[in-house]
Structures are given as C-alpha cells and as structure tokens.
Write a new protein. Structure first.
Length: 218
C-alpha cells in the first residue's frame, strides 16, 4: 500500500502524541521543589554571643521578637556535638510563617519536610510543633508533629496535604510544647494529575483528526 505524505505526517504526529502522553503521565508523579527562603536560618539578624535574632523584614514572618532565636551550634549546653550549623528555637518566635513563590491548584499534593530537634539540656519531654500550609492566606492541614529526637539530636519530619482549593502557597510553624527546634525546611508539590491528562487528551484528539484527514486524502 502506498502511503501519501498526509498519512505519513499523521502517523508521525500520532507517534509524537504517544510519546507526549507517556511523558506527561510520568511528569504527573514528579515532585516540584518549591524554594523556601532562609530555609536553614543562615541569614541572621543581631548577634548576642552565640545567638542571633531572626532578621525582621526577611523571608520569615514571626509574632515574637527575641535576641535568642537562632543558635549557632555546636555550643556548650544545647547541642554539644555535630557539624557547625544554625538552628531555630521555636520557643522564641511565636507563629512562624512564610509565603512561597508558588500557586497551588486543588488536587495538588504538598509535602513539607524539616528537621525537628531536642537539645541536650532539655529537662521536659522534647517539644513538638504544629505544622501547616496556607493557601491564599488560609491555614490548611494543621498537624501536630511529635518530637522523637533523642537528646542533642535532630530527626527528619514531613507533613503531607492534598490541596482542596487554589491560591498562593505558604507554610507555618508554631511550638506545641517546650523545647522544639527546627532546621532545613523544604517544600515540594506533585501537581494534580488530571491537568496533565487533559493536555495529553487534547494532543491525542488532534492526532486522530489529522490521521483521519490523511486517510480521506489518500
């Protein structure tokens, strides 16, 4: 059977469509890293000994001001070992929030990951935090994250939430019990799969129409 140029073109387009469908399906499960400003608390304000204040007007907003918010470790009493690092004392900041440069859609899966620590001199049980997301300024998915770190240590924690609305994405933390420390905050988003499926479907319909047109002209 002799194939004309239209049929060959339609076949090539359908091949491209198949590739796009596969690619978009795979992309739907790939998380997007959302930048978090001053995520490791290395940008600091006024220094008092081995402590620093969080800078006002920076990436983070907070409801309490204190000269002893960011601790430079290791130090003599709180975190006595490990590599040099800056960690945030949640007991000194009140409500800690940040609006991110990302807009989520309903159905997007959002993951907040951070290090939660327990100091060496903490006499009470290690403190936890309430972690949540904000979408368009409204809080969603508030989760009490218990601190399971041993003395003088940090553990990795994560909170996941599936968005039920669309809007500007943000994160927030608040100490739930005395003795909570955080560090290394990160956020990722897996976009809602139907948006990828819709795009793939549009390509597929276009390919079928072109193939039928090529068949009529053959």
């Amino acid at each position: 059977m002799k194939l004309n140029k239209s049929t060959l073109l339609a076949s090539a387009i359908l091949g491209s469509v198949a590739f796009l469908i596969t690619s978009t399906t795979q992309a739907a499960t790939m998380p997007i890293d959302v930048p978090v400003g001053n995520s490791s608390f290395n940008t600091v304000g006024t220094q008092t000994g081995g402590w620093y204040a969080l800078p006002t007007g920076g990436d983070w907003s907070f409801t309490q001001t204190n000269a002893f918010q960011i601790l430079q470790t290791p130090d003599a009493s709180h975190f006595t070992s490990g590599a040099a690092d800056n960690v945030l004392n949640m007991g000194t900041v009140g409500l800690l929030t940040q609006t991110l440069d990302y807009t989520v859609n309903a159905g997007d899966i959002i993951t907040l990951t951070f290090e939660l620590g327990n100091s060496a001199n903490q006499s009470n049980p290690p403190g936890g935090v309430n972690a949540s997301f904000t979408i368009g300024g409204t809080a969603f998915g508030t989760t009490l994250v218990a601190n399971t770190a041993g003395d003088n240590a940090f553990v990795s924690k994560s909170v996941e939430y599936t968005a039920t609305t669309s809007g500007a994405l943000g994160i927030r933390f608040q100490q739930a019990a005395t003795g909570a420390w955080i560090d290394d905050v990160s956020v990722s988003v897996v976009p809602e799969p139907s948006s990828f499926a819709l795009l793939a479907g549009m390509f597929a319909i276009t390919g079928v129409m072109l193939r039928r047109r090529g068949a009529r002209m053959g």
